[in-house]
Write a protein that binds this ligand. Sequence first.
Ligand code: NAD
Ligand code: UD1
Length: 335
Amino acid sequence: MTILVTGGAGYIGSHTCLALLEAGHDVIVADNLSNSNFNNLERVQQIAQKKIVFYKIDVTDELKLGSIFENHTIDGVIHFAGFKAVGESVEKPIAYYYNNLVSTLILAKICIEYNVEKFVFSSSATVYGENKSPFLEMMTLLPTTNPYGETKAMCERILMDIVKANPSLSVSILRYFNPVGAHESGLIGEVPNGIPNNLMPYITQVARGELSNLSVFGNDFPTFDGTGVRDYIHVCDLAEGHVAALDKLRTGVHTYNLGTGIGTSVIQLIEVFEKVTGEKIPYQIVSRRAGDIAECYADVKKAKEELRWTAKRSIADMCRDAWHFEKSRQDNYNY
Ligand code: NAD
Ligand code: UD1
């Protein structure tokens, strides 16, 4: 198939483009590079030894997006393009609602105009809000604490309404848990903007000596060691989950958790990282971060049964590959 990947130059998008090329698909990327670099796609092409067609466009620009559909026969789309920083979304709600909602509306509108009926959407486990883990796809979604989370819940509802009105569409909504790690080559991975907010990139920068120590946000959660529990998933497993979702698309809207189903605490992640890399991660316990829940992990049965997909890589693999990428990018690449 020929797949249009919006936001394909970004962290999850670049790994998914690689997985798509390796599965034999042709890939077209539309990305405005607002949070990424074209080098990522050059490295994807280098690893796959295959070409990607690239358009530097804003997905909210209907004319430019339409011209891609005019010039290519597209079989399906994967929509990654969007803003994703939780804290920033609180500061800039208009930018977040505009970019995340309008890009989804325009992409869906053009897909319908050009009879492109396969649509995969990047959602997030954040839409479960304060439900109790393990999260099941059929749970009622609860309010999130920030505009970013709300954009994901709103896009899910928008897509459901669009499918009601256009029943020949096949939409897969993928709720990611905590994507971490990098491709084993060390050529592509996550490059955070400024000081990282998320745990794994913070740990790799402490290991590198760029940050002096890690603050662990709370050890008084009702979890087995008191620190927050999350379902970390290797980004390459996540990428393969998209290929599976695309292969198994069927009419209607179908929602899947993409996680491992295994909860790991902050302290456990630090311990595995130290063991796998031999690097020491000095840390201190500080108070909880506003909006953090105690536990967030997936029930993964639905993806296993319907997509025939499960995450294969371990926490040790995630730590090893995140660290390999962090060292490679600092030593060799200009980001
Ligand atoms: P990313 O920022 O690395 O990638 C997003 C890409 O979209 C970037 O390349 C950016 O330049 C591009 N982009 C943004 N707005 C655009 C627009 N209007 N037009 C064209 N391109 C645009 O983020 P990521 O981590 O790869 O996340 C991809 C998707 O997955 C996002 O929708 C994000 O909300 C979702 N998601 C991410 C996580 C995570 O932890 N990384 C978790 C859950 C869901
Ligand atoms: C965060 C976002 C979530 C988003 C996800 C994407 C918030 C409140 N939530 O989730 O909406 O979908 O990223 O990956 O920002 N931690 C520390 N010290 C740190 C950083 C994190 O102790 O310096 C802890 C957190 O309290 C949490 C765990 O590590 O228990 C994971 O944190 P993080 O990587 O930020 O992910 P989430 O909080 O799950």
